[in-house]
Structures are given as structure tokens and as C-alpha cells.
Design a protein around this ligand. Structure first.
Ligand code: NI
Length: 377
């Protein structure tokens, strides 16, 4: 067990990226490494991903650490000796870092389990990028008895050794909406015989932007992005329908309910004004992260004790399905500096390997400190 091992894990994972729900080789690698280290793997029926645990000598509280393990459909532009071996796929969000760090944390905790005052559950979660992999874990008993949960995520905004922690929301809720506008088709030369869904849709796109500017309090971050507008097939026919879809992001629970409600009202009334009909649907994917203030304090104290520079994390409107765990268990989503590099999901995103070993030490110390706090309570 040494620094080289975590670097080896990281480089293997980086070279073998797999997309959401296809993490079969990755899961095999994790299973083999944990088995070799003598770490207990829980027999949950997961196709990809797995859950393991390290138990102290006495029964006690349970805390969890989570790493997401999937990669992205991005063509790597970094020229690394261990770059992706799969064309068109890349660990462009650093989930290879998360996985290597949690694997090594398992080894560290296993070596120190005599001092653990409870159980640390290690969640290797599939399919974060598809937005719902956390649900697969939540269908298992992985969170049973868990009183606090933590996750590290790469941050290309911080140098190695700087960690961002912030109480409350750090990433936004992610919801997906679609609107089908049904009008009446006609020859383009007879607009008076049509109910034109293109003109209706164009008016609706503008109207929907007023929900954030006029209905949401200006000090709250929120957005509505319409990313797909499709109607018609040719130049001389007014089509019968138009289709719009996009995403709603918020940091505030009340805004998350307000925005789709107002959007539905606008869709129905704007379309009615043009004589068309609207069908509005909203798929509520994941809430905003909600970092527990008391556990943030513990996470920050452990960071400082480990010699890390702990700063206040900025918020972002990106999404993170770790928020689904935080609906049942208090926890903290922490940003770990990986060196200043291209943004997450960019082909030039690159993790500085110097961040790996300290991140595993930090995670192991945080889990132990969380158990101490719970055992004392
Ligand atoms: Ni990510």
C-alpha cells in the first residue's frame, strides 16, 4: 500500500473509460482491488457499481463515502501516457479520480480498522452523468443505518491542496421539461387557414424567459434554458405541431416548484391566445445539493488538520445526483482541487496526479472523524 498504487489505479481507470450503466470493466477492476485488499463487498444486485464496507471492532454508527465511476462520450485531447484507449470516450469529469481515491481510502481504512468507532460504507455509484445512477444505489440497502454521507468531486478551479466546502446548495436542481404545441397545418400560402405552431412557439420561448426575470426573486439563482425547438419538415408547409424541450435549474426548493407551475400556465395561456393547444410535461430529475452546516464544519476541520487550504465553495447551476442521497441522509459534497485545468466535460480536462494520495488520506480521516463525532453523541 503506497502512493504508487493509487496512481496505478487512477491511470488504469483513466485509460478505460466507460459510459453510464456500461461500467462493467470498471466494476470488475474495483471488485478485484477491494478483494485483494481484503475489504468486505456487500452482495447487492447491482449490474454496475458496487458497495463495500469497513467495520471497526465494535458495532457503532455508520457513515458513507460515495464515488461516481462513469465517463463521458468525449474525445480526449490530453496527450497523456495513460490517455483513454477508447475513441470517443473519456473521464472528462474526473470520476476516475473519485474512484481511485475511494479505492485507496478503502485500503487506508482497512489498515486502520482497529481504531474505527463504527462502519464506513463505500459506495461506488454508476451512472452519475445520466443523472439517475444514485437511484440504483438507493434501491439497495446501502444507506441503511447511515447517519452521514460525503463525496468528493474534482474542481478544476482550485489548485491541488485547496478544497471547497459550502453549507446549503452548491449544485442546482436539474429538471427537464417538454412542451408540445398542437395547431393546425396549412399551405404556407394560406396562413389564415392555419394555427401556426411555429409563431406560437416563438412567442412562447420569449414568454417563458420572463418566469426567471419576473417571478423568481432576483437574489435567487435560477434558469430556464430551451435547448431544442423542432417544427415542420419543409419550406412551404405550415406544420401542425411544434416541440420544445429544455432544462430548469434552481438552488431553492420553493423556486423549483414555482417555475414549472408558471411555465405550464404560460404555455397553456399563450397557446390558447393563438388558438393552439399546449401539452406541458416536467421530469423532476434531481434536487439541488443541500450540504449540512454541522457536517460542513467537521469536513472543514478535518481538511485544515490535514494541511489543506479550505475555502468557501462557489455555487454552480450544474447538477449532481449526490443530492438524492442528501434527501434522506445529511451530508456534504466537497470540491477537491485537481490543479487549474480545462472545465469538467472538456476534452482537455486533466487531473494533476499530485491530488490523489492527499485526497484518500483526507477521505479516510473524514470518515473516522465522522464516526468519532457520532459515537460521542
Ligand atoms: Ni462529475
Amino acid at each position: 500500500m503506497n502512493r504508487t498504487q493509487i496512481v496505478q489505479d487512477f491511470e488504469w481507470l483513466h485509460a478505460h473509460p466507460e459510459l453510464s450503466y456500461e461500467e462493467f470493466e470498471t466494476t470488475r477492476y474495483i471488485r478485484a482491488a477491494l478483494t485483494e485488499a481484503g475489504v468486505e463487498i456487500l452482495p447487492y444486485p447491482l449490474e454496475t457499481g458496487l458497495v463495500a464496507q469497513v467495520r471497526g471492532p465494535q458495532p457503532g454508527p455508520v457513515v458513507a463515502l460515495r464515488a461516481d465511476i462513469d465517463a463521458l462520450p468525449v474525445q480526449e485531447a490530453c496527450e497523456l501516457p495513460y490517455q483513454s484507449l477508447t475513441p470517443g470516450k473519456m473521464h472528462a469529469c474526473g470520476h476516475d479520480m473519485h474512484t481511485a481515491v475511494l479505492l485507496h481510502t478503502a485500503r487506508l481504512l482497512n489498515a486502520r480498522k482497529g481504531q474505527l468507532r463504527g462502519t464506513v460504507r463505500l459506495i461506488f455509484q454508476p451512472a452519475e452523468e445520466s443523472g439517475v445512477g444514485a437511484r440504483k444505489i438507493l434501491e439497495t440497502p446501502a444507506l441503511e443505518g447511515v447517519q452521514a454521507i460525503f463525496a468528493l468531486h474534482t474542481s478544476p478551479l482550485f489548485p491541488v491542496g485547496t478544497y471547497g466546502i459550502r453549507p446549503g446548495a452548491v449544485t442546482a436542481s436539474v429538471d427537464k421539461f417538454s412542451i408540445t404545441i398542437r395547431g393546425t397545418g396549412a399551405h404556407a400560402a394560406y396562413p389564415e387557414k392555419s394555427v401556426d405552431p411555429v409563431v406560437t412557439g416563438a412567442a412562447l420561448v420569449s414568454a417563458l424567459q420572463t418566469v426567471v426575470s419576473r417571478n423568481v426573486a432576483p437574489e435567487h439563482a435560477a434558469l430556464v434554458s430551451i435547448t431544442h425547438f423542432e417544427a415542420g419538415k419543409t419550406w412551404n408547409v405550415i406544420p401542425e405541431t411544434a416541440f420544445l424541450e429544455g432544462t430548469i435549474r434552481t438552488l431553492d426548493k420553493a423556486d423549483r416548484e414555482l417555475i414549472p407551475r408558471r411555465m405550464r400556465q404560460l404555455a397553456e395561456s399563450v397557446c390558447a391566445g393563438f388558438g393552439a393547444q399546449a401539452q406541458f410535461d416536467c421530469d423532476f430529475c434531481s434536487p439541488a445539493t443541500d450540504n449540512d452546516p454541522a457536517w460542513c464544519e467537521v469536513a472543514a476541520q478535518v481538511g485544515r488538520a490535514q494541511g489543506l487550504n479550505v475555502v468557501t465553495d462557489p455555487t454552480s447551476m450544474l447538477g449532481e445526483d449526490f443530492a438524492l442521497y442528501q434527501e434522506t441522509v445529511p451530508g456534504v459534497y466537497i470540491h477537491a482541487g485537481i490543479g487549474l485545468t480545462a472545465p469538467n466535460h472538456n476534452p482537455s480536462f486533466c487531473v494533476d496526479e499530485a491530488c490523489l494520495a492527499p485526497a484518500a488520506e483526507y477521505s479516510a480521516a473524514l470518515a473516522a472523524a465522522a464516526l468519532d463525532k457520532l459515537a460521542q453523541a
